[in-house]
Design a binder for this molecule. Structure first.
Ligand SMILES: NC(=O)c1ccc[n+]([C@@H]2O[C@H](COP(=O)([O-])OP(=O)(O)OC[C@H]3O[C@@H](n4cnc5c(N)ncnc54)[C@H](OP(=O)(O)O)[C@@H]3O)[C@@H](O)[C@H]2O)c1
Length: 338
């Protein structure tokens, strides 16, 4: 089969297609013939050698995909060959096929296209866990979503709006603000050209927000804490702005400065909660993952939500898709078709 094998870290050019032997299907495993791959920012960071959860090289990157069941191992009884499924994992999906434990297979949505099915799981589950499980959002909350036009961002905007929250969202370009405006966001803010803290203070009559979904780090994290109300919850799920260059000592210092940190005594004085989450832990906790998946998929169907597929590429163009995501010019989810 054809696959992208990451042999060394570096720029997008290190992504090259190779021929790889198919892996036999083991007990409690299935093989999925992949049709569409969903890209995630963590894969950019893994390719650069900046992602702690990445496996040891060489490995095939790719955390999620849509495809059909092609082979079933011993112990798997409740799924048939040809069933359309979503694959969620840590790696392996930049390929024509992937073998995974059956626990990493989720049912595809009947009314979604292949691209939408490949675009859903990681980003909607991440946004759901951050907002509902950790952030405990309620309909009366004011919610701030950083990088709101991205994959996780567009999922989070839709989830919070469907509950009835007043939603603020930031992005770095006006064209991205148009997109989140179409998703029904109340207050789109360009955080490159304006100070989002000032804008929020103005729009809330000097108050702040009750929940923040933070994915950027550095100054954006510090200011997010500044705008958080007492009893507010700030959930960190990413650090998109961190760009460590191991050969540049200045970048070590900058990365150290920009990693989100809090002082618990200051949190106590302000009565704020700061939390964080990582989807990787869910893969180890099948029971919790299934409960979250059931809650999320029911909510998605009831509220007629769909992922925003912003860009589509062919398999041979995967390096180009990485460049686009890294450039900060993408919106919604990037999907690569085989
Ligand atoms: N904890 C978890 O389990 C988990 C799971 C999935 C994703 N994440 C995190 O969630 C975030 C979003 O992931 P995603 O896959 O949906 O990506 P994405 O939001 O589609 O793309 C990343 C976005 O980050 C923003 N950004 C801000 N500063 C940046 C910088 N210096 N360089 C590049 N981008 C910057 C950009 O939007 P603007 O240009 O509009 O600022 C960019 O479009 C990432 O931080 C990712 O690591 C965490």
């Amino acid at each position: 089969m054809k696959a992208y094998v990451l042999n060394k870290v570096g720029p997008a050019d290190v992504l090259k297609i190779s021929d790889v032997d198919s892996r036999p299907v083991g007990t409690n495993e299935v093989r999925v013939r992949i049709e569409s791959i969903g890209l995630n920012y963590a894969e950019i960071q893994s390719r650069k050698g900046l992602y702690g959860w990445a496996p040891k090289r060489p490995y095939i990157p790719g955390m999620e995909a849509f495809g059909k069941i092609e082979a079933i191992g011993d112990g798997v009884s409740d799924i048939e060959i040809g069933t359309p499924v979503i694959v969620v994992g840590q790696f392996g999906c930049y390929a024509e096929e992937v073998v995974v434990p059956v626990s990493q297979i989720l049912p595809a949505f009947e009314n979604f296209s292949p691209a939408e099915n490949a675009a859903f799981a990681v980003q909607f589950m991440t946004a759901w866990v951050a907002l509902f499980e950790i952030g405990r959002i309620r309909a009366s909350d004011r919610v701030l979503i950083q990088a709101a036009a991205g994959g996780v961002g567009t999922a989070a905007v839709q989830l919070a709006k469907a509950l009835g929250c007043e939603v603020f969202g930031t992005a770095s370009q006006d064209s991205k603000l148009d997109l989140i405006g179409k998703l029904g966001i109340d207050h789109p803010i360009n955080y490159r050209t304006t100070d989002f803290v000032e804008v929020i203070r103005e729009k809330t009559g000097g108050e702040g927000v009750d929940v923040v979904l933070e994915v950027v780090g550095g100054e954006i994290f510090r200011k997010s804490l500044e705008i958080l109300n007492p009893f507010g919850r700030l959930v960190v799920i990413g650090f998109a702005s961190l760009n460590l260059n191991k050969l540049n000592p200045f970048s070590w210092w900058k990365t150290w400065q920009d990693i989100p940190r809090v002082k618990i005594d200051a949190m106590a004085t302000a009565s704020q909660v700061v939390g964080a989450s990582h989807l990787g832990y869910l893969l180890k906790d099948t029971e919790r993952m299934l409960r979250i998946w059931n809650d999320l998929s029911t909510y998605t169907i009831e509220n007629r939500l769909r992922p925003v597929v912003g860009h589509e590429f062919q398999f041979e163009e995967l390096a180009e898709a990485h460049r686009l995501m890294e450039s900060r010019n993408s919106h919604g989810k990037i999907v690569v078709h085989i």
